[in-house]
Design a protein around this ligand. Structure first.
Ligand SMILES: *Cc1c(COP(=O)(O)O)cnc(C)c1O
Length: 227
Protein backbone atom coordinates (compact mmCIF):
# COMPACT_ATOMS: atom_id res chain seq x y z
CA UNK A 1 0.00 0.00 0.00
CA UNK A 2 2.66 2.45 1.01
CA UNK A 3 4.46 1.97 -2.30
CA UNK A 4 1.35 2.77 -4.33
CA UNK A 5 0.76 6.00 -2.43
CA UNK A 6 4.38 7.03 -2.85
CA UNK A 7 4.40 6.32 -6.60
CA UNK A 8 1.19 8.15 -7.31
CA UNK A 9 2.55 11.24 -5.61
CA UNK A 10 5.54 11.43 -7.99
CA UNK A 11 3.05 11.14 -10.80
CA UNK A 12 0.79 13.83 -9.39
CA UNK A 13 3.72 16.16 -8.79
CA UNK A 14 4.96 15.82 -12.38
CA UNK A 15 1.48 16.32 -13.83
CA UNK A 16 0.86 19.27 -11.55
CA UNK A 17 4.11 21.01 -12.58
CA UNK A 18 3.51 20.25 -16.28
CA UNK A 19 0.04 21.77 -16.02
CA UNK A 20 1.39 24.91 -14.31
CA UNK A 21 4.34 25.78 -16.52
CA UNK A 22 3.79 27.49 -19.90
CA UNK A 23 3.88 25.20 -22.94
CA UNK A 24 7.13 26.70 -24.25
CA UNK A 25 8.94 25.89 -20.99
CA UNK A 26 10.42 22.40 -20.68
CA UNK A 27 10.57 20.40 -17.48
CA UNK A 28 13.81 18.64 -16.64
CA UNK A 29 13.50 16.13 -13.80
CA UNK A 30 16.59 16.44 -11.55
CA UNK A 31 17.06 12.80 -10.61
CA UNK A 32 20.18 12.63 -8.44
CA UNK A 33 19.85 9.96 -5.69
CA UNK A 34 16.58 8.67 -7.24
CA UNK A 35 16.25 5.07 -8.40
CA UNK A 36 15.08 3.66 -11.71
CA UNK A 37 11.49 3.06 -10.66
CA UNK A 38 11.13 6.61 -9.32
CA UNK A 39 12.51 7.99 -12.58
CA UNK A 40 10.25 5.75 -14.64
CA UNK A 41 7.24 6.93 -12.67
CA UNK A 42 8.13 10.52 -13.58
CA UNK A 43 8.54 9.52 -17.24
CA UNK A 44 5.20 7.72 -17.35
CA UNK A 45 3.63 10.92 -16.02
CA UNK A 46 4.99 12.99 -18.88
CA UNK A 47 8.62 13.87 -18.09
CA UNK A 48 10.79 13.89 -21.22
CA UNK A 49 14.12 15.28 -19.96
CA UNK A 50 16.05 13.77 -17.05
CA UNK A 51 19.04 15.50 -15.42
CA UNK A 52 21.79 13.61 -13.60
CA UNK A 53 24.68 14.98 -11.51
CA UNK A 54 26.92 11.97 -11.08
CA UNK A 55 28.39 9.80 -13.83
CA UNK A 56 28.52 6.69 -11.66
CA UNK A 57 24.86 7.03 -10.72
CA UNK A 58 23.89 7.71 -14.33
CA UNK A 59 25.74 4.54 -15.43
CA UNK A 60 23.63 2.53 -13.01
CA UNK A 61 20.34 4.11 -13.98
CA UNK A 62 20.35 5.09 -17.67
CA UNK A 63 20.72 1.59 -19.19
CA UNK A 64 17.77 0.36 -17.09
CA UNK A 65 15.33 3.06 -18.20
CA UNK A 66 13.67 1.69 -21.30
CA UNK A 67 11.56 4.70 -22.25
CA UNK A 68 13.18 7.06 -24.70
CA UNK A 69 14.01 10.33 -22.94
CA UNK A 70 16.67 13.02 -23.17
CA UNK A 71 19.46 12.67 -20.59
CA UNK A 72 21.20 15.87 -19.47
CA UNK A 73 24.31 16.13 -17.32
CA UNK A 74 23.97 18.90 -14.70
CA UNK A 75 26.83 18.14 -12.30
CA UNK A 76 30.46 19.23 -12.22
CA UNK A 77 32.36 17.90 -15.25
CA UNK A 78 35.48 15.91 -14.34
CA UNK A 79 37.93 15.36 -17.17
CA UNK A 80 38.49 11.69 -16.35
CA UNK A 81 34.75 10.99 -16.70
CA UNK A 82 34.24 12.61 -20.11
CA UNK A 83 34.49 9.40 -22.15
CA UNK A 84 31.62 7.89 -20.20
CA UNK A 85 29.64 11.13 -20.18
CA UNK A 86 29.60 11.54 -23.94
CA UNK A 87 28.18 8.07 -24.47
CA UNK A 88 25.56 8.38 -21.70
CA UNK A 89 24.23 11.91 -22.19
CA UNK A 90 22.40 13.83 -24.90
CA UNK A 91 23.38 17.21 -23.48
CA UNK A 92 26.00 18.54 -21.05
CA UNK A 93 24.63 21.65 -19.31
CA UNK A 94 27.66 22.64 -17.27
CA UNK A 95 30.46 23.52 -19.69
CA UNK A 96 32.29 26.48 -18.15
CA UNK A 97 35.80 26.59 -19.60
CA UNK A 98 37.64 26.19 -22.90
CA UNK A 99 39.83 23.51 -21.35
CA UNK A 100 36.82 21.29 -20.59
CA UNK A 101 35.24 22.08 -23.96
CA UNK A 102 38.42 21.00 -25.77
CA UNK A 103 38.59 17.80 -23.74
CA UNK A 104 34.99 16.99 -24.69
CA UNK A 105 35.67 17.87 -28.33
CA UNK A 106 38.68 15.58 -28.71
CA UNK A 107 36.87 12.64 -27.12
CA UNK A 108 33.78 13.22 -29.25
CA UNK A 109 35.99 13.25 -32.35
CA UNK A 110 37.13 9.71 -31.53
CA UNK A 111 33.61 8.31 -31.46
CA UNK A 112 32.15 10.56 -34.14
CA UNK A 113 29.64 12.26 -31.87
CA UNK A 114 28.47 15.85 -31.98
CA UNK A 115 27.69 16.89 -28.41
CA UNK A 116 25.02 19.43 -27.47
CA UNK A 117 26.15 21.65 -24.61
CA UNK A 118 25.01 24.60 -22.54
CA UNK A 119 27.43 27.15 -21.10
CA UNK A 120 27.18 27.43 -17.32
CA UNK A 121 27.15 31.05 -16.19
CA UNK A 122 28.49 31.89 -12.73
CA UNK A 123 25.78 34.52 -12.30
CA UNK A 124 26.52 35.00 -8.60
CA UNK A 125 30.25 35.53 -9.31
CA UNK A 126 31.08 33.07 -6.52
CA UNK A 127 34.71 31.93 -6.50
CA UNK A 128 33.88 28.44 -5.26
CA UNK A 129 31.25 27.87 -7.96
CA UNK A 130 31.84 26.55 -11.45
CA UNK A 131 30.78 28.30 -14.61
CA UNK A 132 32.16 31.19 -16.64
CA UNK A 133 31.89 34.80 -15.46
CA UNK A 134 29.11 36.59 -17.35
CA UNK A 135 31.48 39.03 -19.08
CA UNK A 136 33.65 36.15 -20.35
CA UNK A 137 30.79 34.08 -21.80
CA UNK A 138 30.84 35.58 -25.29
CA UNK A 139 34.58 34.97 -25.77
CA UNK A 140 34.21 31.42 -24.50
CA UNK A 141 31.33 30.67 -26.87
CA UNK A 142 33.25 32.19 -29.77
CA UNK A 143 36.19 29.88 -29.04
CA UNK A 144 34.00 26.83 -28.53
CA UNK A 145 32.26 27.46 -31.85
CA UNK A 146 35.61 26.73 -33.52
CA UNK A 147 35.49 23.18 -32.16
CA UNK A 148 34.02 20.68 -34.60
CA UNK A 149 32.21 18.37 -32.21
CA UNK A 150 30.40 20.69 -29.83
CA UNK A 151 27.20 22.58 -30.44
CA UNK A 152 26.42 25.40 -27.98
CA UNK A 153 22.64 25.50 -27.65
CA UNK A 154 22.22 27.85 -24.72
CA UNK A 155 23.01 28.90 -21.17
CA UNK A 156 22.52 27.38 -17.74
CA UNK A 157 22.83 28.99 -14.32
CA UNK A 158 22.36 27.97 -10.69
CA UNK A 159 22.78 31.29 -8.89
CA UNK A 160 23.67 31.55 -5.21
CA UNK A 161 22.03 29.23 -2.65
CA UNK A 162 19.53 31.79 -1.40
CA UNK A 163 15.76 32.27 -1.33
CA UNK A 164 13.75 32.20 -4.52
CA UNK A 165 12.85 35.89 -4.75
CA UNK A 166 16.46 36.89 -3.98
CA UNK A 167 17.54 34.86 -7.02
CA UNK A 168 15.61 37.12 -9.38
CA UNK A 169 18.54 39.51 -10.15
CA UNK A 170 20.78 36.57 -11.07
CA UNK A 171 18.14 35.11 -13.39
CA UNK A 172 17.56 38.56 -14.88
CA UNK A 173 21.29 39.03 -15.54
CA UNK A 174 21.53 35.61 -17.19
CA UNK A 175 18.47 36.33 -19.36
CA UNK A 176 20.00 39.63 -20.54
CA UNK A 177 23.19 37.80 -21.44
CA UNK A 178 21.13 35.09 -23.19
CA UNK A 179 19.30 37.71 -25.27
CA UNK A 180 22.49 39.41 -26.39
CA UNK A 181 24.20 36.10 -27.25
CA UNK A 182 21.13 34.77 -29.07
CA UNK A 183 21.51 37.59 -31.58
CA UNK A 184 25.15 36.67 -32.25
CA UNK A 185 24.85 32.87 -32.17
CA UNK A 186 21.64 31.63 -33.82
CA UNK A 187 21.91 28.12 -32.34
CA UNK A 188 21.48 29.54 -28.83
CA UNK A 189 17.85 28.93 -27.84
CA UNK A 190 17.89 27.21 -24.42
CA UNK A 191 17.94 29.02 -21.07
CA UNK A 192 18.16 26.53 -18.20
CA UNK A 193 17.49 28.09 -14.79
CA UNK A 194 15.29 27.53 -11.76
CA UNK A 195 14.91 24.63 -9.34
CA UNK A 196 12.15 23.46 -6.96
CA UNK A 197 12.04 26.65 -4.90
CA UNK A 198 12.81 29.08 -7.69
CA UNK A 199 11.37 27.79 -10.96
CA UNK A 200 8.41 30.17 -10.92
CA UNK A 201 10.71 33.19 -10.52
CA UNK A 202 13.03 31.75 -13.19
CA UNK A 203 10.17 31.31 -15.69
CA UNK A 204 9.03 34.81 -14.88
CA UNK A 205 12.52 35.99 -15.85
CA UNK A 206 12.64 34.01 -19.11
CA UNK A 207 13.81 30.45 -18.37
CA UNK A 208 12.62 27.87 -20.91
CA UNK A 209 14.13 24.84 -19.15
CA UNK A 210 13.60 24.30 -15.40
CA UNK A 211 15.37 21.61 -13.36
CA UNK A 212 13.19 20.20 -10.60
CA UNK A 213 13.94 17.40 -8.12
CA UNK A 214 12.57 17.89 -4.61
CA UNK A 215 9.16 19.17 -5.72
CA UNK A 216 8.72 15.92 -7.66
CA UNK A 217 10.32 13.26 -5.46
CA UNK A 218 10.39 14.83 -1.98
CA UNK A 219 13.54 15.47 0.09
CA UNK A 220 16.72 13.72 -1.03
CA UNK A 221 18.41 10.97 1.00
CA UNK A 222 22.06 11.35 0.02
CA UNK A 223 22.97 7.99 1.51
CA UNK A 224 21.19 6.50 -1.53
CA UNK A 225 23.10 8.54 -4.09
CA UNK A 226 26.54 7.88 -5.49
CA UNK A 227 29.05 10.66 -5.83
C1 LIG B 1 19.73 19.00 -7.63
C2 LIG B 1 19.73 20.00 -8.71
C3 LIG B 1 18.54 20.61 -9.14
C4 LIG B 1 17.19 20.35 -8.49
O1 LIG B 1 17.17 20.81 -7.19
P1 LIG B 1 15.80 20.71 -6.34
O2 LIG B 1 15.94 21.81 -5.33
O3 LIG B 1 15.79 19.36 -5.72
O4 LIG B 1 14.69 20.91 -7.26
C5 LIG B 1 18.62 21.50 -10.20
N1 LIG B 1 19.79 21.80 -10.79
C6 LIG B 1 20.94 21.23 -10.41
C7 LIG B 1 22.19 21.60 -11.11
C8 LIG B 1 20.96 20.33 -9.35
O5 LIG B 1 22.12 19.79 -8.96
Amino acid sequence: MEKVICMSSISENVKNILSKIPSDVHLEVAAKTRNTSEIEEAILSGARIIGENYVQEAMNVIPLVKNKVEWHFIGRIQENKINKMITLFDMLETVGSLEIAKAIDSRCAKIGKKMDVLIEINSGREIQKSGVMPEDAEDLIRQISQLQNLRVLGLMTMGPAIGSEELRPYFKLTKELFDSLKDKFPEITILSMGMSDSYEVAIDEGANLVRIGTKIFGPRDYSKGQG
